[in-house]
Design a protein around this ligand. Structure first.
Ligand code: ASP
Length: 357
């Protein structure tokens, strides 16, 4: 996997107010029509200034890295996340903020993964993308890119205003590990129903400072490993035993995100509970998140979740599936005991969940 430095044809500002590293990974944002106007193809990122001439007005020193070749975000892999975290680590001291251009389809997963890989982040890492390619007239790419750059450069009393991994899209700045893609046709593609927005961009950008993570006391710590042998099982009425068995007994499985009903409820069919219990006993970590857009898991409130609690399934509280999958990957890669992993999963690590107890 290669990231290349892209020379963009812009004069360096005389008194730069900030320096930003812009990392282009691909997705719709960087697409233009090919010569025959038949297909969308990734554009040459060195042309970004022609497409977004407003960027010249910024008093920002900009460096651009581009994944070569750029990818559709459906093809993002754990290795890309590790590489992005390494790029931020290597460049951390030299930049005030980082903007990552990424396809929208898996952006919430990538932003969640980055939030776990980057502990004690004191600078902004802002993901953005577009619903309409940069080469189309009604593109949202320009506005998203410009506002993301503005937010990444925003400082107050010499400190970044948003020292966390977030997603800026359309008008909203959302915590990365609280976001979900909810729209594939309209511009408001992301939503974080269980956590307030960090900022809203109108005529001005209004930051909601009380819900932004405070700057950390400790220095940045970058992790380099994720456990990818995890699965997601979304429950539905009429769930088939052979399917559940195939997932839980798949070779090497280390962890499972169980997407349950309502406040964390699951069927109490004896075969289902038996399969889950056996999996937990074999050392598979199971994390319970709800299919509901709002509210949280409360294991034990109903009989249909009491059994889960009793066998050692961990409550994911109000975590999104995207956050749960990447948190599981992150925690299971740690060199700690099974019990410590369970404790870590139940704790709020990066603002991804609300802990009521
Ligand atoms: N398929 C594209 C991607 O996620 C969609 C987008 O960028 O919005 O890469």
């Amino acid at each position: 996997m290669k990231f290349l430095k892209v020379n963009i044809n812009t004069a360096a500002p005389r008194d730069p107010e900030a320096s930003i590293l812009l990392i282009y990974t691909g997705g719709t944002i960087g697409m233009v029509s090919d010569k025959d106007d038949q297909h969308l193809v990734p554009f040459d990122f060195s042309e970004v200034i022609h497409r977004v001439p407003e960027m010249r007005q910024f008093k920002v020193m900009l460096t651009v890295l581009s994944l070569d070749p750029p990818i559709d975000s459906s093809n993002i892999e754990v290795e890309h996340w590790i590489k992005l975290a390494q790029i931020i680590q290597v460049n951390y001291q030299d930049y005030d903020g980082f903007v990552i251009l990424h396809g929208t389809d898996t952006m919430a997963y990538s932003a969640s993964a980055m939030s776990f890989l980057l502990e004690n982040l004191s600078k902004p890492v802002i993901f953005t993308g577009a619903q309409v390619p940069i080469g189309r007239m009604r593109t949202d790419a320009r506005r998203n890119l410009i506002t993301a750059l503005e937010i990444a450069s925003a400082q107050r009393s010499g400190k970044p205003v948003v020292p966390e991994v977030s997603i800026f899209f359309n008008t909203l700045l959302l915590r990365g590990n609280r976001s979900t893609k909810v729209e594939s046709r309209h511009f408001n593609a992301f939503h974080s129903g269980k956590y307030p927005q960090l900022a809203k961009a109108g005529i001005d950008i209004e930051f909601n400072r009380s819900v932004i993570l405070p700057p950390p006391a400790e220095p940045l710590k970058v992790y380099q490993e994720l456990e990818s042998r995890v699965a997601v099982l979304k429950l539905f009425p009429g769930l088939n035993k052979a399917l559940v068995e195939a997932i839980l007994k798949s070779e090497g499985l280390q962890g499972l995100v169980l997407e349950t009903f309502g406040a964390g409820n699951a069927p109490t069919y004896p075969w289902f509970l038996k399969l889950l219990r056996e999996a937990v006993d074999r050392g598979i970590t199971i994390l319970n998140v709800s299919q509901c857009e709002e509210g949280e898991v409360h294991q034990g409130q109903y009989e249909t979740s009491f059994y889960l609690k009793e066998m050692g399934v961990i409550s994911g509280s109000d975590m999104s599936t995207e956050a749960a999958v990447t948190k599981l990957m992150f925690v299971l890669a740690q060199d700690i005991s099974q019990q410590e992993k369970a404790c870590m999963l139940a704790q709020n690590l990066r603002g991804e969940m609300t802990c009521r107890i």
